[in-house]
Design a protein around this ligand. Structure first.
Ligand code: BG6
Length: 470
């Protein structure tokens, strides 16, 4: 069997800048939703990281890029923080300090022959837009986002080819993520279903308009929307669990993939809207249709799979709503999991890549994959991150099997994350990095390569082949 990848396969890593930069008052930056997020403690969480410090990437990004270069990165995904470029969000012109900061970062990447992959919104909506308009729940915010996209793309288009319009857009309409991902909170009195639909339609419209505009501004650009995929499986081998898993996947992933890559609502979704009495007769999907053609590849983040046990019979819309919005999915008891209960399922990852490629026929780009490990009692312990190597070895092997055995087209693979950064719950003890970030001392945070750093360096050098070593 051929065990190699194309020589231009994009190995690298990804971060979201709000989780890494710190320096929240520097360069006339505005406050954003991540700064203001009230964290609901995640299982195992003991303390909250400081967003003003984070990994001090704002001041130490050159050291970080030097280390990424050393690891052999061919690509690096960053986000240009919306609130650094448009501090309140409704400004007509961009903040020059913000542009200058990312100029330096992107120039430094290019100097090091690392391809920048730029996300245009990743947990960084200006807090002002969230407060005044309730984020993307108000369609007016689409025009502010579009202006931001246009100005960023116009400024960087000669240096940036790869654009991701919206991080994990498929989490935006769910109550527990809508504030961080879309800047919106469900108003009292609005049903979950109506809220879901309004956020779904508005964010997908924003992303599609952005894709179409980027295509006009930069014909050579490679443009993508992005979803996260945590496939849900039946916990028991019975039909209720299987159907519940089907409904969850339909709602978590398929609706979004269909609209993004094909430009339409599925029959399942229109029936769901009809039965819930939600009027969609004025929804204009023509921009989504054009965007589906303009989109060059589909970006995905994959970390875990889940299982569901359900005793609810899906025989009317109330029960269907109940399964979708209330019956919880959970870690798979038959497989191992991270300390935070994220099921480790490398073959499940291969299956997800197969499904997405077969359904959407777009090349895939794995723009996030990683494991959060609990911080050790000593630095030494944290640096000896062998479980991380095990995790990535299995996931990468399964991705390569998807490519070499199943015919899936994958453009690249980015680890989450090159350096330790705050988690989405602002947690530093949940460490994802291949490079350890120490606590702050004399205005500096030390960068120390972990064991995984040297492993990934070798992996990139050998274009993946080491995953087949015993
Ligand atoms: C993805 C996000 O959902 O998962 C990242 O795009 C996030 O921003 C990553 O950090 C890992 O999740 P968490 O909650 O452990 O930080």
């Amino acid at each position: 069997m051929k065990k190699e990848l194309k020589s231009n396969f994009l190995w690298g890593g990804a971060i979201s800048n709000v989780q890494a930069e710190g320096g929240i008052l520097e360069g006339n930056r505005g406050e954003n939703v991540y700064d203001q997020l009230q964290v609901v403690p995640e299982f195992g969480q003991t303390s909250q990281g400081n967003t003003n410090i984070a990994s001090n990437h704002y001041f130490q990004f050159k050291e970080d890029i030097d280390l990424m270069k050393k690891m052999g990165f061919r690509a690096y995904r960053l986000s240009i923080e919306w609130s650094r470029i448009h501090p309140k969000g409704d400004e007509e012109t961009p903040n020059e300090d913000g542009l200058k900061y990312y100029d330096e970062m992107i120039n430094y990447l290019l100097k090091n022959n690392i391809e920048p992959i730029v996300s245009l919104v990743h947990f960084d909506m200006p807090a002002f837009l969230s407060k005044k308009y309730n984020g993307f729940l108000n369609p007016k915010v689409i025009s502010f986002y579009l202006r931001h996209v246009e100005q960023v793309v116009t400024h960087f288009k000669n240096r940036v080819t790869y654009w991701i319009t919206y991080n994990e857009i498929n989490t935006a309409p769910f109550d527990n993520m809508s504030y961080l991902v879309a800047g919106s909170k469900r108003p009292s009195g609005m049903s979950k279903m109506q809220f879901f639909h309004d956020i779904f339609y508005n964010t997908e419209r924003a992303s599609s308009l952005a894709i179409n505009r980027i295509r006009e501004l930069s014909p050579k650009a490679k443009i993508s929307g992005m979803i996260t995929v945590n496939e849900v499986h039946a916990k028991r081998n019975n039909s209720l669990d299987r159907f519940a898993a089907h409904l969850k996947n339909e709602f978590n992933v398929t609706l979004f993939g269909d609209l993004m890559c094909k430009g339409y609502y599925s029959a399942f979704y229109t029936k769901f809207l009809d039965l819930n009495g939600i009027d969609y007769s004025n929804d204009d999907l023509s921009v989504n249709k054009i965007a589906a053609e303009n989109m060059d590849f589909l970006s995905v983040s994959c970390y875990q799979t889940r299982v569901i046990e359900s005793n609810v019979s899906p025989t009317d819309i109330k029960q269907i709503n109940k399964i979708i919005f209330e019956v919880p999915d959970e870690p798979n008891p038959e497989l191992g999991a991270s300390h935070w209960g994220w099921t480790i399922d490398p073959i499940g990852f291969r299956e997800e890549l197969n499904q997405l490629y077969n359904q959407y026929k777009k090349p895939l780009f794995v723009v996030e994959n990683g494991i959060g490990l609990q911080e050790g009692k000593t630095t030494e312990e944290t640096i000896n991150d062998y479980p991380r190597i095990e995790y990535h070895k299995k996931y990468i092997k399964n991705m390569m099997d998807a490519i070499n055995l199943d015919g899936v087209d994958v453009l690249g693979y980015l680890i989450w994350s090159p350096i330790d950064i705050l988690s989405s719950h602002k947690e530093m003890k949940k460490r994802y990095g291949f490079i350890y970030i120490s606590p702050m001392q004399n205005k500096k945070m030390k960068r120390i390569p972990k064991k995984s750093f040297f492993w990934y360096q070798k992996l990139i050098k050998e274009n993946g082949a080491i995953v087949y070593e015993k």
